[in-house]
Design a protein around this ligand. Structure first.
Ligand code: ZN
Length: 145
């Protein structure tokens, strides 16, 4: 297990802007506030979504876009650094008018109809994402200490 210990810093609670991309809104907010490391959650609704699934054999993301109005039953993720900027990694579960759920890795573009967020900033050495040849993913560069 590779990990670092963090302490809680600032907590932010608020609304995401209407008709804007979910990931860009969170990344923009974090950049503006100087948040480099955080965990977050969002509930609300989207008017369209882009979901992904990582094909572990091919080591590529397969993504698809759905132009549908759905509830954000659950969305959680983290913020760390990639190329010096705040980078969001999030997964989402969305539900329709029958309570059916779809979900996966969250991509842009996902348009927010309404969204309430909670961002918990963490203090410590922010993780940076880098290419991991074993998985083909951009993983945290956590060093053994
Ligand atoms: Zn993911």
């Amino acid at each position: 297990m590779l990990y670092s210990e963090f302490k809680r810093k600032r907590s932010f609670v608020g609304r995401l802007p209407f008709n804007k991309d979910l990931i860009s809104s969170i990344e923009g907010f974090c950049k503006e506030k100087g948040v480099e490391m955080a965990v977050f959650s969002v509930i609300g609704a989207v008017s369209s979504v882009t979901l992904g699934y990582f094909d572990q054999r091919q080591k590529v993301y397969v993504s698809f876009k759905k132009e549908v109005h759905l509830e954000i039953a659950s969305c959680s993720g983290n913020i760390s650094k990639k190329d010096g900027n705040p980078f969001v990694h999030a997964h989402i579960v969305l539900t329709d008018d029958k309570g059916n759920a779809i979900g996966g890795h969250l991509f842009s573009e996902t348009i927010v109809f309404a969204g309430e967020f909670y961002i918990q900033e963490l203090s410590g050495n922010a993780f940076e994402r880098e290419y991991d040849p074993q998985t083909g993913l951009m993983l945290w560069n956590i060093r053994d200490t």
